[in-house]
Design a protein around this ligand. Sequence first.
Ligand code: ZN
Length: 474
Amino acid sequence: MTGLVVGMEPDSIVMGSISFEALTEEADDLLKRLFPICRSITGEGVRQSLAILQEVVDFEVHEISSGTVCYDWVVPDEWNVSEAYIQDSQGRTIADFRDNNLHLVSYSMPIDRVVSFQELSEHLHTLPDLPDAVPYRTSYYKRDWGFCLSYKQFERLDTKANYHVYINATLNPGGLTFGETAISGHSGKEFLLSTYSCHPSLANDNLSGMVLWTLLLRELKSKNLRHSYRAVIVPETIGAIAYLSQHEAAMKCSSGGFVITTVAGPGRFGYKQTFLGNHLIDRAVQRTFAELDRDYSLYPFDVKGSDETHYSAPYFRIPVGTICKDKYYEYPFYHTSLDNLQFINARHLVQTLELYLLTIEKLELNRTYRSLSPYSEPMLGQRGLYPSIGGHINQPAVDGGRHSKRDYALGPTQKVCGQDLDAMLWVLFYGDGKTSLLDVAEKIGFPIRQLYRAAERLCAEGLLEEVSQNPGER
Ligand code: ZN
């Protein structure tokens, strides 16, 4: 794989500042540091996690106080845990939060009691179909307590015995912690990059998304971008809703975006479409997969999912897509202890990062041009853009290869690659002030980067000019 790319200027399209291997190592290190931390929709674990990500890229961290009303929701009290376990009557530990934070139902109330098996079992969660896995369960809005065990652990419990349940947790007014940053461009369009930070020790969902979001942000911040990007890292659902409620005017104007989640599994790449299905975001993602000739699963928009549901609610209607690798809901280890660091791989994470960067590159490069020589094809030869010896264009190669892969001599030293020449001809042909480079790419299958280079070359020759806005785009 070549260096990662994001283009903005004709001479800086290829950005290979960090190698794939170095990024993989960095992602791996972040995954290992962050995995053990107990995160939830509030609490110290979120603050610790965001502080680690801030070592990689600058973003602001804010708090929204418990009790704050956000549309139909209220920011809950802050939850923090220091200890939680179940012991049998001999003092043997059955499940301990310190071994795996998934053992404790998130937002469990404090308790210190001896209970019968019968009472305990009403607060236990297991997965009989995946008997080695500890499930992930939450009780954010109903005051309760509970533990999660593997089914094998559960089967070893004595149904006639009593058990000591101990949860040393606090649930007090505090804050909901989130991170955000803005990258300013000059086009007047703003895109959203959102991920969620509320899952405890689960790797693909969504530690992988948090790490990808961070590395993506750092890559974008190092560029001079045309569009603006608003990046947020929030607890899922309540965080996104709270953010919308506090940034209503700005979010109403968002041009589209991504919810970054489940990006590093061993299975297939996937794309969950925006609610529109054919928005610029959808088309850019699908061109990225097409250009790389990479297989992926296409998931139509569904109201069940992540924060895209809130961002795309009737008032906001932001078209939000998700590029993933082993999409949530689709892999058997989803929301279990088997979604761990053995399940995911930092290499996969960086591969998905590349897909996001290549897609954002398309958003950056997509523009519309008008031909300044619209009455016929301009005479490229007199501008040194066409071979001076005629007759061999489109002549089939002896070996049957495509003509356009040949280089054509333009003079003593200059050459134009056959495909570059074709790109110029196509961009001129579609230079009607209405057809964007993305439209052209979809029609003829050329990479947008190549079409953009061709267009800029023609602009420099006075044959083409950029039209200020892509018509019809939000
Ligand atoms: Zn989840």
